[in-house]
Design a protein around this ligand. Structure first.
Ligand SMILES: Nc1ncnc2c1ncn2[C@@H]1O[C@H](COP(=O)(O)OP(=O)(O)O)[C@@H](O)[C@H]1O
Ligand SMILES: O=C(CO)[C@@H](O)[C@H](O)COP(=O)(O)O
Length: 505
């Protein structure tokens, strides 16, 4: 049943690689509105391809910070035009592509606190809010030197993984901070605060710097995932006084504060609307998919990721362990594959004239196993495994340069075999009852999901909305508010309780 016209609403945003999305839910978890802004097509002035700029070295990959700010202006205007009554919003939360960093210039805190509601955020922040106008994102693999330095300082890759949940990875924020400090010292000097994409987005809503949450903070090679505090060894190896630039990390369910007066005056948000900590898009998806023990999630967004809810961390040299965004005592394991949707798009353009429909036909017209044709497609330096290049094999295992008729299946089967193989190496086993939960843009394609099901030998479930990260963020907004109310109640009961002396020694 639809909720009353004035019942509370909860917003979930996702600042992902190619777009900004929002989902609005009511208190019964019904989705009442969704919208998005595509970076490439709706903000062409930033000249991104897939939301990013790939630099000449092919290793450095950045995104303009103001593009994300302008996308938020545009999205909120779209929501207003669609008739969304912002005064009903009780809480909001969100997520961001993981690992990307935003460097706020000295004085930006002051700017954030005094935003003029008559102007766009983009106008207000364009002049001097950021010391780095285009920050590194998760696709960047240019910080190998800094990774080696961090591992040496921490006592090796295994030790670093034990502390932070991952060996050193180029895209992880700590190594990107190190690179900026070494290569652009002046910009680093001008920096007042460093945010992740998630905490940057939360800062816009708060009108002040938002804390980094434990879960997204686990993707930096800086957080001790067991104590949930910054690791002294890692901070020291990265930059002096880094804790001041990062602020203290907080539980992912934290209520950070009220939405800033800018949003109250410009869009009519209620002064009581609360901002719940933003997190990474994969942790938010974990919440959105409501994973059960034994489930495995496969996200087919710009990146492909495989992740699961785990109770005990067992960090390895491959893959990542993050703090869990819902249960502070639990964790999540994640594998990330860089050559996901963009590689599927390249083969779609090459083999089926740019049509997903014909891509699907090619999958339907070829048999499981592809008569022995096999492909490994690493268009750009892969994360899992660290490999590059396209490697094709015929049924006799000869390396060939082309597999034209069967290329679509060679690609998709190869991708999913790799997802399964690496998940099993992490210790995950497919057992009777295993459910594969699919999400992300490509999960709308049933023929791709059929291959996923065949390769994992398990049923695949998807949700009727592509962005589980947005949905999870809206759930998290509601969850955060409920937890906060509960904690306040418990505190009140404890303060008001009258103790009576009942037994004397
Ligand atoms: N019908 C389809 N078949 C296969 N892939 C699709 C289809 N529709 C969209 N996609 C893929 O979804 C990708 C975007 O996924 P999405 O999860 O929205 O990205 P992100 O959240 O990383 O910005 C696109 O790059 C596109 O290749
Ligand atoms: O690097 C990772 C996870 O470690 C990526 O999964 C990013 O979080 C980008 O997400 P999408 O935009 O592809 O959803």
């Amino acid at each position: 049943m639809a909720a009353a016209q004035d019942s509370p609403l909860y917003l979930g945003f996702d600042f992902s690689t190619q777009q900004l999305k929002v989902v609005v839910i009511d208190g019964d978890l019904n989705v009442v509105h969704q919208d998005n802004v595509q970076f490439d097509s709706e903000l062409p002035e930033f000249r991104t391809l897939g939301g990013v700029h790939v630099h000449a070295d092919r290793l450095t990959v950045t995104s303009p910070v103001l593009m994300w700010v302008k996308a938020l202006d545009l999205l909120l205007d779209k929501m207003k035009r669609a008739g969304l009554v912002f005064s009903r919003v009780r809480a909001l939360s969100g997520s961001g592509q993981q690992h990307g960093s935003v460097f706020w210039r000295r004085g930006a805190s002051e700017t954030l606190q005094h935003l003029d509601p008559n102007q766009d955020l983009h106008q207000l922040l364009q002049v001097c809010a950021f010391s780095v106008s285009s920050g590194p994102v998760w696709m960047d693999s240019s910080s190998s030197r800094q990774c080696d330095e961090l591992q040496a300082a921490a006592g090796g890759a295994v030790r670093l993984a034990e502390i932070t949940g991952s060996r050193a990875y180029e895209r992880f924020t700590g190594n990107q901070i190190s690179k900026l400090r070494q290569t652009r010292p002046q910009d680093f000097q001008n920096t007042e605060r460093i945010s992740l994409v998630s905490s940057f987005a939360a800062s816009l809503f708060l009108g002040g710097y938002a804390a980094i949450d434990y879960s997204d903070g686990s993707g930096m090679n800086l957080l001790d995932i067991r104590t949930r505090t910054w690791s002294g060894i890692c901070l020291e190896a990265t930059a002096p006084h880094l804790d001041r630039l990062l602020g203290a990390p907080v539980p992912s369910t934290s209520v950070l504060g009220p939405v800033s007066s800018y949003f109250v005056q410009r869009y009519g948000f209620s002064e009581g609307c609360r901002v719940v900590a933003f997190t990474g898009d994969n942790p938010a998806s974990l919440a959105g998919m409501r994973l059960q023990p034994g489930d495995i999630a496969v996200s087919l967004g710009t990146s492909d990721t495989v992740f699961l809810w785990i109770q005990q961390p067992r960090p390895a040299l491959e893959g990542h362990v993050f703090c869990n965004p819902l249960d502070w005592q639990a964790f999540m394991a994640l594998l990330c594959f860089k050559n996901g949707s963009l590689t599927r798009e390249r083969i779609r353009n090459k083999s089926t004239g740019g049509s997903w429909e014909l891509f699907s036909v090619a999958l339907r017209d070829t048999p499981l196993g592809n008569n022995g044709h096999m492909g490994f497609y690493f268009d750009s330096v892969e994360i899992t495994p660290p490999a590059v290049g396209v490697h094709l094999f015929d049924p006799e295992d000869n390396k060939v340069s082309e597999t034209p008729q069967v290329e679509v299946r060679a690609l998709v089967e190869g991708q999913f075999l790799s997802r399964r193989l690496h998940a099993e190496r992490l210790g995950y086993s497919i057992i009777p009852g295993t459910r594969v939960m699919a999400t992300g843009g490509a999960s709308s394609n049933k023929d791709i999901l059929q291959v996923l099901s065949d390769v994992f030998n398990a049923p695949v479930y998807s949700i009727d909305l592509c962005s589980s990260a947005c949905l999870g963020s809206a759930y998290r907004a509601l969850h955060g508010i409920l937890l906060d109310t509960l904690i306040c109640l418990i505190n009140n009961v404890q303060t008001n309780r009258q103790f009576v002396l009942t037994v004397q020694l």
